[in-house]
Design a binder for this molecule. Structure first.
Ligand code: ADP
Length: 749
């Protein structure tokens, strides 16, 4: 018997539901079982904790099977008036003590986490009272003298301080942007202006992120009320937009948007202003509860899984000073962040008051740097409108420069957003942007033109590459020709947005600069590839879209199995980098994941088949294996199908699915769009600086810990495994053990 065996953990979801809560529940339950805790799920939030009975159920490994892809919460949620009273919480305490539950995970918004804090703060008083009333024995009071609480923030609004994303926000953004893209299509057909109202009573995150991602013309949020006279600015923007050839406009308004006096700006008011001032008949769409529903995004599944795992480990290790006060586990800068619950909830709850006091700058500061950055970029975006020129203007003075932009590698969703960002920000800084079509071979062939940005804007919500792209790697002997093209077109700088082939071309340019001085221009590489195999960045543009496309496809494949006993082997892209395979496996609950980073031999497969046979013999209906396309040259997908089928002993049949090019398509996700915008914002800044101090550096950019980082090109070769075309440092391999732990069969535990 281990020390933990008489210890128990309970988990509840409370307040507004959010996609991803199920992933957190699944992860917490299975991690806890693995660490020999007894696990209870409390149904219907605090209401269930008060009422007890069958609303508190012991969970096993299978209790959380099949819930990873579901929206909402499998254990229900409720709002409880009674829990806000001492008597209500006393009943809750009794139910916890009766089951020896000394660890509680609460997944909910700031309200629910306040509730958790109230329970923890007065725990001694509940013990005393229950003891006095002889509802519990002294031994029980002794055994339960400590209640440890970890909160996970489940809220689509993304309104908690100290954490970058709360559970459900990314999924809500998926819903919102899908809806706005759809509205954009119809708005364009009818030359209309739409006002779209999104959730966020005190937090404008959803409005701001979706406005940036969809290039909306105007956004209204509670944290940063528009200046007096904003109505005229808005009308002018809409009119300019029409004059420049865009025939439709989108205005996004958070449901709690405020003006400088702290009064609400309603969608109806905006509509009336547009009608009165510029005779524009705008349509209002209030997105409402669609934003909360639907299957969780890949990111929400990943983040919630990691948070649930960490929460349980805090109890197990008694780390992070958990016995002193309740903690929240969140993700900040793509890293786990554990911080005191009471303080964070207090600060978050103070925001509505601060808004009422019209202290908007304090609220902006509380929202953090990422929020403020997004706001600044949005302001530039909405002012730097598309132009109508179609011929390359002659450069008249030194201050206006020609910046060329090129796509390389396979197409990745979000490349167009990156090109559009370069265009808008370069215009803002007074430069021209030249588009190079069809990668580096197009560059050599002088396929160069001024980008038709009205067309690009229309195309932007699509996948693929508007400029055209390919994987050609130039022979160094052609660099003399390339130097001539650069001179001829007066190209002063280059932004390369693409995958490894683009990086290799740029690296070779770097090596050839002494022979060809025309190549001494600033060049910035921006990572864009679905494979996520570029060094110096945690995320590449396009990888999130590909991952979500794959995850949605795998969800469907799993549902197709009906009542057959079946093992699916799904092959995903990634070349020699297992990122897509690993994250797909994590987000879909795959039993096994085969990665190129890990050597695989027949013994591994034998072990897996044995486990599968055992599971299917014990009534298992479906199993999933995710295999990276280059995991192993010999044991390919077809080999595995035959092997598993042969060895299945008739217990299950095997189907394969090679997802192929569908992984590269699709409208870019919000994350890919915003990543593209952040990276290119930095690229244009660096180029502008290079013009100023005549610094002709070549750099490559990355997103690390939520920040855009630049690296000197000379380090590129040292940061990649040359033969495997993947970075030496792969952050996501650190979660390999979590994925193994959650997905392997432990049903008999
Ligand atoms: P959310 O958690 O999504 O913010 P609510 O604000 O409705 O949702 O809170 C959910 C539940 O949490 C409430 O119905 C109540 O039971 C509990 N709760 C909220 N605030 C407190 C508090 N200060 N003390 C005790 N319980 C609270």
């Amino acid at each position: 018997m281990t020390q933990q065996q008489n210890k128990a953990i309970a988990i509840l979801t409370s307040g507004g539901d959010a996609p991803g809560m199920n992933a957190a529940l699944r992860s917490a339950v299975r991690t806890a079982l693995n660490l020999k805790f007894k696990v209870y799920a409390i149904f219907e939030g605090y209401e269930g904790l008060i009422r007890g009975g069958n609303l508190i159920q012991e969970f096993n490994w299978a209790s959380v099977g099949g819930i990873l892809s579901l929206g909402g919460t499998a254990i229900g949620t409720a709002r409880s008036m009674e829990f806000q009273t001492f008597e209500g919480r006393l009943k809750a305490a009794k139910n916890l003590i009766d089951r020896n539950i000394t660890n509680l995970i609460v997944i909910g918004g700031d309200g629910s986490l306040s509730g958790a804090n109230s329970l923890a703060k007065k725990w001694n008083q509940y013990l005393e009272k229950l003891l006095q009333e002889k509802q519990i024995t002294p031994q029980q009071a002794h055994n339960n003298s400590q209640l440890s609480i970890v909160g996970l923030v489940g809220s689509i609004d993304n309104d908690m301080v100290n954490t970058d994303m709360t559970i459900g926000t990314d999924s809500a953004l998926h819903r919102i942007v899908e809806a706005i893209d759809a509205i954009n299509d119809t708005a364009a057909s009818h030359h209309r202006t739409f006002i779209i109202e999104v959730m966020g009573r005190n937090c404008g995150y959803l409005a701001l992120a979706s406005a940036l991602a969809t290039s909306a013309e105007f956004v209204l949020i509670p944290e940063n009320p528009p200046a007096e006279g904003w109505e005229d600015d808005m009308c002018e923007l809409i009119q300019n937009n029409n004059m420049l050839g865009r025939n439709h406009s989108i205005i996004i308004v958070a449901e709690g948007a405020l003006d400088q006096n702290g009064d609400r700006i309603t969608s109806q008011y905006i509509k009336d202003v547009l009608s009165e001032k510029i005779n524009c008949d705008a349509r209002i769409t209030i997105l409402g509860h669609v934003q909360r529903g639907g299957s969780p995004s890949a990111f929400d599944r990943y983040m919630s899984t990691v948070l649930g795992y960490k929460a349980v480990n805090i109890f197990h290790d008694k780390s992070d000073n958990i016995e002193a006060e309740p903690k929240i586990v969140g993700l900040k800068n793509n890293r786990l962040n554990v911080f005191p619950l009471a303080d964070a909830v207090k600060q978050t709850k103070a925001i509505p008051e601060t808004l009422k006091k019209r202290d908007f700058s304090s609220v902006m500061a509380l929202r953090g740097g990422h929020f403020e950055d997004m706001y600044e970029i949005f302001k530039i975006f909405s002012r730097a409108l598309p132009h109508k020129d179609t011929t390359i203007p002659k450069l008249v003075n030194d201050s206006k420069k020609n910046i060329a932009v090129i796509n390389c590698g396979w197409s990745a969703s979000g490349m167009n957003t990156a090109v559009k960002t370069a265009l808008r920000l370069a215009i803002h800084k007074g430069h021209n942007i030249l588009g190079i079509n069809n990668g580096f071979s197009g560059f050599l062939n002088r396929e160069i033109s001024l980008i038709n940005n009205v067309k690009l804007e229309e195309y932007c919500a699509n996948g693929g590459s508007f400029l055209g792209t390919n994987r050609d790697i130039l022979d160094k002997v052609t660099f003399c020709q390339l130097a001539n093209v650069i001179k001829e077109y007066q190209i002063d700088a280059l932004i390369m947005i693409g995958g490894l082939s683009g990086y290799i071309n740029v690296y070779n340019i770097y090596l050839s600069r002494e022979q060809h001085p025309e190549l001494k221009i600033p060049i910035i590489c921006v990572p864009a590839t679905i494979n996520n195999n570029i060094p110096g960045t945690e995320f590449c543009i396009g990888a999130d879209t590909a991952l979500n496309t794959i995850v949605n496809a795998v969800d469907k494949i799993k549902y197709s199995s009906a009542n057959h006993r079946r093992t699916f082997i799904v092959e995903v892209m990634g070349r020699k980098c297992g990122y897509l395979a690993m994250m797909t496996g994590l987000a879909t609950g795959a039993e096994y994941i085969y990665l190129p980073e890990e050597s695989l031999d027949l013994e591994d497969f034998q072990k897996d088949i044995k486990e599968l046979n055992h599971a299917f013999a014990n009534n298992r209906k479906i199993a999933l294996i995710v295999r990276n396309e280059e995991a192993n040259d010999i044991y390919d997908t077809d080999f595995l199908r035959k092997l598993y089928q042969r060895e299945s002993k008739g217990l299950f049949d095997v189907r394969t699915s090679i997802l192929g090019p569908l992984q590269q398509g699709g409208r870019p996700t919000v994350f890919d769009r915003i990543t593209a915008i952040k990276l290119v914002d930095k690229a244009v800044d660096l180029i502008d600086d290079a013009f100023d101090d005549k610094n002709k550096d070549i750099k490559f950019l990355g997103l690390i810990g939520g920040k855009v980082i630049s690296h000197d090109i000379e380090h590129f070769k040292n940061m990649v495994h040359v033969h495997n075309d993947r970075p030496k440092d792969q952050w996501w391999m650190k979660i390999r053990d979590i994925v193994k732990l959650l997905s392997s069969y432990r049903e008999n535990n």
